[in-house]
Ligand binder design. Structure first.
Ligand SMILES: [Cu+2]
Length: 141
């Protein structure tokens, strides 16, 4: 009897370990999808440990070539970090005008933008291939 309980505990432990590592690796896979200039090594992002941190990062969901819920208005102060994610059901190139930053998102994937708000003003982010605006970035002085 005792051995059986030990075995079950061991199995639970292994299952938990697998679940944790699977979470980390799937996270890094999606991050690697975008051609990120700085992160060539493909290291898993430390943010994986804080799923609740999604609050401060807006996610724009693109379906059928349009942003769900309409064009998203994102507001920042100059000098702040502009952070948002785009999840798309189809492969696309996301282009941030003004800053002229473009990243590819694979079908069913997510791409994350993270750059300093150096330029003040209003800039649009769009699905480059379709020419559809998905977000308006407002950077206040
Ligand atoms: Cu564009």
């Amino acid at each position: 009897m005792r051995d059986v309980r030990k075995l079950i505990l061991a199995l639970l432990f292994v299952a938990a370990a697998i679940a944790l590592s699977a979470c980390g690796s799937s996270d890094s896979t999606t991050t690697n999808g975008g051609a990120q200039a700085g992160a060539e090594g493909g290291k898993p992002a430390p943010e994986a440990e804080n799923p609740a941190g999604a609050d401060d990062v807006s996610t724009i969901v693109v379906k059928n070539g349009e942003p769900v819920g309409g064009v998203q208005e994102l507001e920042y102060s100059a000098g702040e970090q502009i952070r948002f994610r785009v999840t798309s059901d189809a492969a696309e190139e996301i282009h941030v005008h003004g800053y002229d930053i473009a990243k590819d998102v694979p079908a069913g994937g997510t791409v994350e933008f993270d750059f300093p708000a150096e330029l003040e003003g209003i800039y649009e982010a769009e699905l480059e291939e379709l020419g559809v605006q998905i977000a308006e970035l407002r950077i206040n002085p």
